[in-house]
Design a protein around this ligand. Sequence first.
Ligand code: ARG
Length: 594
Amino acid sequence: MDLKNEILKKLVKSVNDCNFDGAGSLVVTFSNRPDLCDFQTNYALIVAKNMGMKPIEVAEKIVENIEKSEFFEFSVVAPGFINIKVTDKALSEFANFVKADKNLGVEQVEKKRFVFFDYGGANVAKELHVGHLRSPIIGEALKRLHAVMGDKVLADVHLGDFGLQMGLTVLQLKEDGYLDAFFDENVKDYSKIPMQDITLDLLNDEYPKASKRKDVDKEFKKMADLFTLYIQQHKEPYFSIYNKIKDLSVAEIRENYKLLNTTFDLYLGESDAEPFIDETIKIFVDKNLARESDGALVVDVARDGEHIPIPKKSEDEPQRYKNPMPPAIIKKYNGGDLYATTDLATILMRNREYSPDEIVYITDNRQSVHFEQVFRCSKLAGISPEKQKLTHVAFGTMNGRDGKPFKTREGGVVRYKDVINLLIDSAEKKLEENGIVGDKELARRIGVGAMKFGDLSNVVGTDYVFDMDKFMSFDGKTGPYIQYTIARINSILSKADAQPSEVDVQNLEERKIVLAILKLNSSYNVCYENYSLNTLCLATFDLASAFSTYYNNCRILSEKDVKRKKSMLAVCLLVKNCLEKALYTLGIDSVEKM
Ligand code: ARG
């Protein structure tokens, strides 16, 4: 049951009865003048001219033809708007329907699909930093949203575990003397070699060191390429060393994702696609889709009007392109595999093992060209069937207050863990002000929830400012405000000397709450269509805020009329359930008290 849809059906029927055109394009929107009406349509304004009529006449005819109902009141306003008011009775019925429905009235998609999510994407041996926060936040929420909307979902973390960083790290460790035992010719069984000297802290030092060095030392870079190739070829002892580093790193990565309420069904990585790489390359070669270029194997993916060379002003200027869409490199000069190679082989693997209707990748927008290349390649080669949807959800950057990418005071990269600790500390201070001391898990829920809500409130593709004070405010469009509203309802429900019954809408505050639920429920579909959670965040806030007004204006606990009190408590419980469902979808924990 969706009141907005019911209204639409009535209007369409009347338009058809009147023999007017364009019933298919009629839209009903939430009113932007809630003091006048709850919904409206400007259909008459759009179609009147073509019919040679005045908009007001069209609107009046439509309204005259609608059968009277105890649910809706239709009226006409100059120059031709149709305003719709929903009666208290209709709102009560809707509220009780939502209350009883197992999906709380959120309408699922008609065509349920199997959607595969690829997010997280942490890189083994590289420490997680602030840039790794958005993918798990957005990915987890999108996955949950799809599940709420009825899709079957599966999530894979797709670790970066097959690239140059592996070769760099192993080479640096070797040069610094940590791997002598592995390179001792007498050693046969690498699994017995103790690794106590190799810690996460060491890896966090060694990789950046190597990464800097590769930019200035060509020989070092070449050697790292070779080490990477050996790892990709499972050559010993490189492969055993790599596996030990990977185990260490993945344990840490799992912990980090858990702090963000992010979970995966599959903990696979680029390396798991390795058995599919030869076959993938062969498909491109056999279908004549690849050509050689400077020893590498590339696939041309540019279409007309793309990748047009811009004439150089001088000889030594690098070549630039209009609408850049460079060829995808699927084999490196030394036979090594690249990011595109493993992504293509991974699509082949996923289709062999799962064949989902859609694969959704969540990364920052600097990878847009990469994914466009990979998607085009997969379609060209038929690795992804024509009917399969491939989606890249490209998010913007999390900036500091100065509007530039978030950095430490010294200008360094902010570590992932540091951000989380900052959030937890700040939440602990807030809780202390409310007299709650020493509850670390509660502080994590609030701190992390604050960041997630702050993040997801933005249209996914835009940059935003990480503003801790704003995110953490208990009052405003924030995660803590929603959690606080739930905690407040918990307290009302536990203090009440009566049980919630059915909702019976009696006043303006209750009308606003039920309308806010209606809006919240319709926002799920908007987010589903847009791959962005911002509409859901806003609607969740609007519901919490409608509840605050209700709480301030209407005495619930001291209500004398027991029947009325039970109905009011039912409103409270309904709001709590709807808010909790929204928070769950966003991947934010609810809290009992705060
Ligand atoms: N590891 C990658 C990075 O750090 C992200 C992986 C995204 N997923 C993918 N299938 N390429 O940028």
